[in-house]
Design a protein around this ligand. Structure first.
Ligand code: SAM
Ligand code: SF4
Length: 431
């Protein structure tokens, strides 16, 4: 979501004649878009500002803006502690960025803009063309969260759940397709809680599925609690919807899920997976796990391991519990760090084994790949298969934006390698 926000910030500042630069020395405004989800976020901000200070030690100080969730959570503290920062701008008030920059330029003042103005934000963004022209583009459809999982900072930094009007989303998607996007990834902290008037996420998927020249649709991140039958049905009906679902579970133990306030059991989670597989047999899953949540016993931890092996998640993102200031879980007794680290290592090794087995099976099979760009090496193209696996091939043809069948012939932990199958003779491969 921060990537989407950063792109939109760039679209906004172009209105006051700012543009992006790759040469930091040349910049007269420096925008740091931040994430507060886990530890050290604030330290990273001070570190980064220190780096900018050093860079401009002999030059003219740029305007320095801290944007995003760290700005929201730590606004006044950041301004007090680091005089080099000119403004803090929360994730729901970045539409104000041009006024803020102009104010700083004119009056040499400092600004704290951390109101939750999500409706105004999207009203303003709708009036500015989304200029993203990547083959795969993000599109925020929903923001904020009302679920208040006990470990999570999002409800406090992004604010309450808000869904954008469906018509605005469809127009923005068409704009992205006109710019050249072939794939759209719908974003939300709770994307399947999307609800605008009588429209749900499934309705949006059906509408987007009809857009000409849009080839692929994905969405992230969904909550197991909001996985309704209409959405499961959409996985069967929407041919452009890719067969990989990121469905964070956090723990394999129902007791821990209850302690986290996740509001579903492991049985319910597995039931959703079973229903999805029934409707869409090719579907696969990825997930997030929090390791060593306060109160996690070795038995609870083993339940996470057994869930990982049962579902065979093709990607698992695991993190040691991080106490976020202001969240209820921050006051709970933490598990000893050494134990937590050991569990994380065991979990990540197990997740790697599951992933390796899955990827080994892909070797010698054929994947359908949407190519996104040319890799740095000559004649190498980077793309993704339907399961979002990275694929690299060598080709003399410019493959960017094209969908091709690829015969996979090797893999490592992160990338699959193969050759494009020639269209008129599927048994021959392009050089
Ligand atoms: N809304 C999504 C959901 O409910 O599953 C998750 C969004 S959260 C921005 C992304 C991931 O960060 C979570 O799934 C969780 O695994 C991880 N996370 C969030 N807070 C955390 C914390 N305090 N400690 C460790 N991991 C955390
Ligand atoms: Fe955070 Fe997701 Fe829970 Fe909302 S549902 S509080 S975003 S983990």
């Amino acid at each position: 979501m921060n990537e989407y926000d950063s792109n939109r910030i760039l679209d906004l500042v172009k209105k006051i004649n700012y543009n992006s630069t790759k040469n930091i020395q040349e910049a007269n405004c420096y925008v740091l878009n931040t994430c507060h989800i886990r530890e050290k976020a604030t330290d990273k901000v001070y570190h980064e500002v220190g780096r900018v200070k050093k860079e401009f030690r002999y030059g003219v100080k740029p305007i320095v803006l801290i944007v995003g969730c760290v700005a929201q959570a730590e606004g006044e503290i950041l301004l007090k502690k680091e005089k080099y920062i000119d403004a803090v701008v929360g994730p729901q008030s970045y539409h104000e960025i041009n006024n803020i920059i102009l104010k700083i330029e004119n009056k040499n003042t400092r600004v704290n803009s951390t109101e939750f103005e999500v409706i105004e934000k999207f009203d303003q963004l709708n009036s500015i063309k989304n200029s993203d022209n990547k083959i795969s583009s993000f599109l925020t459809i929903q923001e904020g969260c009302d679920k208040f999982c006990k470990f999570c900072v999002v409800p406090y930094t992004r604010g309450p759940e808000y869904s954008r009007p469906a018509s605005d989303i469809v127009s923005e998607a068409k704009q992205l397709v006109n710019n050249g996007s072939k794939e759209i990834i719908l974003l939300g902290q709770n994307v399947n809680a999307y609800s605008f008037k009588n429209k749900r996420l499934s309705d949006l998927l059906y509408s987007l599925n009809k857009i000409k020249n849009l080839e692929r649709i994905r969405y992230t991140t969904s909550h197991p609690k909001d996985f309704t039958d209409d959405l499961i049905e959409a996985h069967r009906e929407c041919k452009k919807l890719m067969p990989l679902l990121h469905l964070p579970v956090q723990s394999g133990s129902t007791k821990i899920l209850q302690n986290m306030n996740r509001d579903h059991t492991i049985e319910e989670y597995l039931e959703t997976i079973t229903k999805l597989k029934k409707k869409k047999p090719s579907i696969k899953f990825s997930s997030d796990f929090i390791i060593a949540y306060p109160g996690e016993t070795i038995e609870d931890f083993e339940k996470s391991l057994s869930l990982l092996n049962k579902v065979e998640f093709i990607n698992s993102y695991s993190f040691i519990f991080s106490a976020r200031p202001g969240t209820p879980a921050a006051n709970l007794k933490k598990i000893d760090y050494k134990i937590a680290k050991e569990r994380l290592i065991i979990f990540q090794r197990a997740a790697d084994i599951v992933k390796r087995k899955y990827r080994q099976k892909l070797v010698n099979s054929t994947a359908t790949v949407l190519f996104e760009n040319k890799a740095k090496d000559a004649n190498k193209y980077f793309g993704r298969d339907e399961y979002f696996n990275s694929v690299i091939v060598t080709s003399d043809e410019n493959l960017s934006g094209k969908i091709k069948k690829v015969k996979l012939d090797s893999c490592n932990q992160n990338t699959l390698f193969g050759q494009v199958v020639l269209e008129n003779n599927p048994k021959e491969y392009a050089a």
